[in-house]
Design a protein around this ligand. Structure first.
Ligand code: AMP
Length: 554
């Protein structure tokens, strides 16, 4: 049994390491050390996750709830706790400081030490609390956990509670650490992750069953796979030269859905792989009437169409995805339609290693035409041009050019799916900071500091600020959203936990010493707040470099 104290010590140690190789080997050693039945939990904890992303279990602890728990246990007012957060720039150290300043420390656990499992079980309990009175019960459970913890443990329990461990261990490090610990190729670990979306499960399988066990991991109905992604197309001619014949589909302006059907049960997952079935009864209904299969996994795009059958703004669709109440009324206002374009599993058989043309045949067998995306296979560039124009005329984004012989590669942004859009110059960037406005806008955060991802270090590299394209209504909504994410404030400058992705259009990328990515955006303009994307989906520095190089060649 591993104590939580050991976990906290490891975290502290890792926090002080800057090189990713050293970090990987420390994490690998820890993975080897913990008991088999703790490995799943530890693998997630070390990335700041308590449950797999797709799990029904959600902690539901925001900063305010955590502050209340710390306030109760330390008998300090919430304002003081907020003060500590500003001062230390970190919820973990703020909690430690607040609790250390209170006199009492009680240990409720018989063995005297909190184990990793104790902490996990308490989090499970917290996640199970819903409905009336649940907020208070969650606070009490957190209070109980924090009261039983030693000062260093408090730091990491508090950070885990808000699922933000801040020790720099991201997906890349964990993948390599599992590989190193159990002597398995990183590609096999990655494949397992793309299929299961849970490094905890992958680590456990790697340890217990080795490569053979990992190779056996497959597609399972009810466990979402990472979605296959697209690269930017150079052009129609280039795509035809590369692929020969091309499967052309409209690139619908909507939101991605992955649909799992098992008998009468239907689960709809969003692009972030969250279960959104409850919010989308109209999609569920179309699936129920339009799909004939016992067990199946489908991939598609949901679009909101107005009375002229033109796509509504992306923000409208997102209103549907986040809805918890008034669902039927909102569904009437913003009706969603399905365009299914792929099938990943059918009646007991995984289809991801089957060429697209064959998957398409199966798809046509099980799906009614009314919910299918049209597809044309051709090598005729003017025919593709015509489809592209039709898609744009209909108000959609452009076309997808797919390789008809390609497999479905979960989570990969490869050459087999290319997207062709008229405005290619947008980036999805993490928002890491901001500035309070001036004059009339003094109570709003008016400009936002943007960053791309560095996949090697899992850090964010700044690339520019955006203040244009934000409506007054959005300004107040964004201020509300980002106020919750402030971790440091000095004068007008604020630093945010990187949680939100902005899709930003711009005229040009320039080299610049002003931002630590080495690049800056010329005339950036906010296009969309991509609440459907997680921070891991933010574009990487490589993507920025590619766009920069391409733009120079134009
Ligand atoms: P992007 O978000 O710009 O990288 O473009 C890829 C996204 O386009 C996918 O994640 C889907 O949500 C969306 N999309 C729309 N139509 C299609 C289609 N026919 N095939 C694949 N993806 C599509």
């Amino acid at each position: 049994m591993t104590s939580f104290e050991e976990f906290a010590n490891e975290c502290k140690n890792i926090e002080g390491i800057s090189g990713s190789l050293e970090m990987t080997s420390v994490v690998a050693e820890f993975f080897k050390k913990v008991d088999d039945d703790e490995l799943e939990i530890v693998t997630r904890f070390i990335m700041g996750k308590v449950f797999p992303v797709w799990s029904e279990q959600q902690l539901g602890i925001g900063p305010n709830l955590l502050y209340s728990a710390i306030s109760r246990i330390s008998s300090l007012p919430v304002k003081r706790i907020e003060g500590f957060v500003k001062e230390t720039g970190d919820i973990g150290h703020a909690a430690e400081k607040a609790i250390a300043s209170s006199k009492r420390h009680v240990n409720f656990f018989s063995e005297g030490k909190l184990s990793i499992r104790d902490v996990y079980q308490r989090f499970q309990k917290i996640a199970s609390l819903t409905g009336k009175g649940s907020q208070d019960a969650k606070i009490k459970n957190l209070q109980y956990l924090l009261a039983a913890a030693e000062p260093l443990e408090v730091v990491y329990i508090a950070r885990l509670a808000v699922e933000e461990l801040r020790i720099g261990v991201g997906e890349g490090i964990v993948r390599n650490a599992i590989s190193l610990a159990f002597n398995i190729s990183p590609d096999l670990i990655e494949r397992g992750y793309m299929l299961t979306n849970d490094f905890g499960h992958v680590a456990h399988t790697a340890k217990k069953e080795g490569s053979i066990g990992l190779e056996k991991l497959g597609v399972v109905v009810g466990r979402p796979l990472k979605m296959m992604l697209a690269q930017v197309a150079e052009g129609i001619q280039e795509a035809v030269e590369e692929m020969g014949r091309v499967a052309v589909e409209w690139k619908f302006d909507g939101a991605r859905v992955q649909i799992h059907i098992d008998g009468s049960s239907i689960i709809i997952y969003s692009r972030k792989l969250e279960n959104v079935t409850f919010s989308l009864p109209d999609i569920e209904k179309s699936v129920r009437s339009g799909v004939k299969a016992n067990t199946v996994i489908l991939d598609g795009e949901s679009v909101a169409l107005d009375s002229d059958k033109r796509p509504m703004a992306f923000q409208e669709i997102l209103k549907r995805f986040r809805r918890k109440y008034d669902i039927s009324a909102t569904a009437l206002e913003i009706p969603l339609y399905l365009n299914i374009f792929d099938i990943l599993y059918l009646n007991g058989e995984s289809l991801i290693d089957m060429p697209l043309v064959q998957r398409r045949k199966k798809l046509e067998e099980v799906c009614d035409k009314s919910i299918l995306a049209n597809q044309t296979i051709t090598d005729n560039t003017s025919e593709i041009e015509t489809i592209y124009k039709e898609a744009l005329d209909a108000g959609h984004e452009g076309v997808m050019l797919k390789n008809p012989g390609s497999f479905y590669t979960p989570g990969k942004r490869g050459k087999n799916w290319l997207k062709l859009k008229p405005v290619m110059d947008t980036l999805d960037l993490a928002v890491i900071g901001g500035e309070w406005g001036e004059g009339r806008r003094a109570s709003f955060i008016g400009s936002y500091l943007l960053a791309c991802r560095d996949p090697d270090s899992d850090k964010f590299l700044s690339i520019g600020r955006v203040a244009t394209g934000i409506t007054d209504e959005q300004l107040s909504e964004l201020t509300k959203l980002f106020k919750e994410l402030i971790i440091l404030e000095s004068g007008v400058h604020v630093e945010f936990e990187p949680k939100v992705v902005f899709e930003v259009a711009f005229e040009e990328i320039q080299k610049s010493p002003n931002y630590n990515s080495g690049y800056a955006l010329r005339f950036p303009r906010l296009v969309n707040v991509r609440t459907d994307k997680s921070i891991e989906d933010a574009d990487s520095i490589e993507k920025v470099e590619q766009l920069y190089i391409r733009q120079k060649g134009r």
